[in-house]
Ligand binder design. Structure first.
Ligand code: MN3
Length: 198
């Protein structure tokens, strides 16, 4: 059974002006697609073909690199796209909003801390909000790593992630990762993130 590239729930130009059409199109149809293809190729004719990504992650340190890297990137991009939405709410509500206030004091402080951790991620990687023992935490990972993997320094259930590989923002923002991070808050899918928190 091979893995399929998930369809986006929005049009390629729907996240404009915060994320440009060309970036979304190339990111989805070339980068994400390539990780899916490479993952399928790497697990072909192995028992991992029948496993879910979540089953593979806890022992990722012991499986071949070609599977590990692509499995991570397939999962991370799928969550990233689900974390985004055109014309979404600007802030979470309900239990997640309460958890943010409890952990960070207020939403603005949370946002600043998230962006500062995302901006400080050296090279390629991801910034995450995770749920861990009923609390929430911001973390970042390098390359393909995610918080479900045994190799992650901080583990937890991913609620949303932001791609900070240059391919996620370079066409529009060039080297200005901080500007990309400022704008991402206009297109987060809080309904989805709140569901992940439950
Ligand atoms: Mn990417």
């Amino acid at each position: 059974m091979s893995y399929q590239l998930p369809e986006l729930t929005f049009a390629y130009d729907a996240l404009e002006p915060y994320m440009d059409e060309e970036t979304v199109r190339i990111h989805h149809t070339r980068h994400h697609q390539k990780y899916v293809d490479n993952f399928n190729e790497a697990v072909k004719n192995t028992p991992m073909e029948e496993e879910s990504l979540e089953e593979i992650f806890p022992r990722i340190s012991r499986i071949p690199d070609a599977v590990a890297k692509n499995a991570g990137q397939v999962f991370n991009h799928s969550l990233f796209w689900r974390s985004l939405k055109p014309n979404g709410r600007k802030e979470p509500t309900g239990a997640l909003a309460d958890a943010i206030v409890e952990e960070f004091g207020d939403f603005l402080t949370f946002k600043k801390q998230f962006n500062s951790i995302a901006a400080a991620t050296f090279g390629s990687g991801w910034a995450w909000l995770v749920k861990k023992g009923g609390r929430i935490q911001i973390t970042s990972t390098s390359n393909h790593i995610n918080p479900l993997m045994d190799v992650a320094e901080e583990k937890g259930k991913p609620l949303f992630c932001v791609d900070v590989w240059e391919h996620a923002y370079y066409l529009k923002y060039q080297n200005k990762r901080a500007d990309y991070l400022d704008e991402i808050w206009n297109i987060l899918n809080w309904e989805e993130i709140e569901t992940n928190f439950k």
